[in-house]
Design a protein around this ligand. Structure first.
Ligand SMILES: NC(=O)c1ccc[n+]([C@@H]2O[C@H](COP(=O)([O-])OP(=O)(O)OC[C@H]3O[C@@H](n4cnc5c(N)ncnc54)[C@H](O)[C@@H]3O)[C@@H](O)[C@H]2O)c1
Length: 269
C-alpha cells in the first residue's frame, strides 16, 4: 500500500545483492512510496546480475561503485544527481563485508589485512560517502542518511569477530558526521540496528541459523524481518522524522532491552 511518503524524493540505495538483501526490500518499498533512486553496488556484485531485475522493477538506473573508492563514490554522487535531476534526499548505506568471517578466522587470530578491509568497506565507506557528499554539496536540506548496523557494536557475539569493531566505528561516524552535516544543512544521519536476518551476509556467519532462532526466542516481538526493516527505513527517509539524527535506532523486536526471556529459561532448565 502506498501513502506516497517519498513522493518527489531522490535517493541512492547501496547494497542490493539479491532478493534476500535488506536493501532490496528497501528499494521495492521506496519505489512503492513514490521515490526515484539510483541503485549501486560493488562492480564485482554486478556479475551476479540480480540487481538488473530490481532496476527494471523499480525503473531505476545502476551505477557500479566500490564503496571503498573515493573516485567511485564521487562519480556515484555526480551521476546520480544528473540522472535524478537534482540534489539527493536520501541515502541508504547497506554495506558489510569481512573476509575474516568468510574464512572463519577466530577473533584471537584475525588476519590484519582482512581486518583493515572490513573496517574500510563496512565503516569508513560511510565516512567517505558523507565526505564526498559534504564537499560537493550533493545532499538536499533535511536529507536523510541511514546506515544498517548490528548490536555486535555494543555487545560481544564471538562469531561476529572484526565486524563488531566495524559496526562500532560505523555508529560513531553516524554520530560525528551527523553533527557536522546537521550544522551544514540539516542533513540527518542515523543507524538502524537490525535483528539477525537471513541474507547473504547473515548466512555467511558460522552458526547463524542457530543464533537466529535464539535471538527470535529472546525478543518480545520475535526477530524483525527484512521487510519490516524496510518499512522503518522508509519512515526515516520521510518528512515524518525530520528531527531525528545522530541516533542508533534498534529495530529488533525488543531484543536489545531484554535480559532473558521465559522461553530461554525453559530451554536450559
Ligand atoms: N543479515 C543480518 O543479520 C544483518 C543484521 C544487522 C545488520 N545487517 C547489516 O545490513 C547491511 C546489509 O546486509 P544484508 O544482510 O542485506 O546482506 P547482503 O549480503 O545482501 O548485503 C551486503 C552488501 O554489501 C555489498 N558490498 C560488499 N562489499 C562492497 C563494496 N566494496 N562496495 C560496495 N558494496 C559492497 C554487497 O555486494 C552486498 O550487496 C550490512 O551493513 C549488514 O551488516 C545485517
Amino acid at each position: 500500500m502506498s501513502n506516497n511518503l517519498l513522493k518527489g524524493k531522490r535517493g541512492i540505495i547501496t547494497g542490493a545483492l539479491d532478493e534476500n538483501s535488506i536493501a532490496w526490500k528497501i528499494a521495492l518499498k521506496a519505489h512503492e512510496q513514490g521515490a526515484k533512486f539510483v541503485l549501486t553496488n560493488a562492480p564485482v556484485a554486478m556479475r551476479l546480475g540480480a540487481i538488473k531485475k530490481l532496476a527494471e522493477e523499480t525503473k531505476s538506473e545502476i551505477i557500479p561503485a566500490d564503496a571503498s573508492s573515493i573516485e567511485d563514490i564521487t562519480n556515484l554522487f555526480a551521476k546520480s544527481q544528473e540522472i535524478l535531476g537534482g540534489k539527493i534526499d536520501f541515502v541508504l548505506h547497506s554495506i558489510g563485508m569481512s573476509a575474516n568471517i568468510r574464512k572463519n578466522i577466530h577473533y584471537t587470530e584475525l588476519n590484519y589485512d582482512f581486518y583493515m578491509k572490513s573496517l574500510d568497506i563496512s565503516a569508513l565507506s560511510l565516512h567517505k560517502m558523507l565526505s564526498v557528499a559534504y564537499k560537493t554539496d550533493a545532499l538536499a536540506e533535511h536529507a536523510s542518511v541511514v546506515a544498517l548496523t548490528y548490536i555486535g557494536a555494543q555487545r560481544v557475539y564471538p562469531f561476529y569477530t572484526d565486524m563488531s569493531e566495524a559496526k562500532a566505528m560505523l555508529e560513531s561516524i553516524v554520530r560525528n558526521f551527523g553533527y557536522h552535516y546537521g550544522k551544514k544543512n540539516k542533513v540527518r544521519v542515523n543507524s538502524v540496528s537490525q535483528s539477525p536476518t537471513k541474507t547473504s551476509a547473515g548466512n555467511g556467519i558460522k552458526g547463524f541459523a542457530e543464533f537466529f532462532d535464539l535471538a527470535d526466542m529472546q525478543s518480545a516481538l520475535g526477530n524483525a524481518s527484512a521487510d519490516s526493516c524496510a518499512d522503518y527505513c522508509i519512515t526515516l527517509f520521510s518528512d515524518y522524522t525530520k528531527w531525528v539524527t545522530m541516533q542508533n535506532l534498534f529495530h529488533d523486536g525488543g531484543y536489545s532491552t531484554t535480559g532473558v526471556s521465559t522461553e530461554m529459561m525453559e530451554k536450559i532448565s
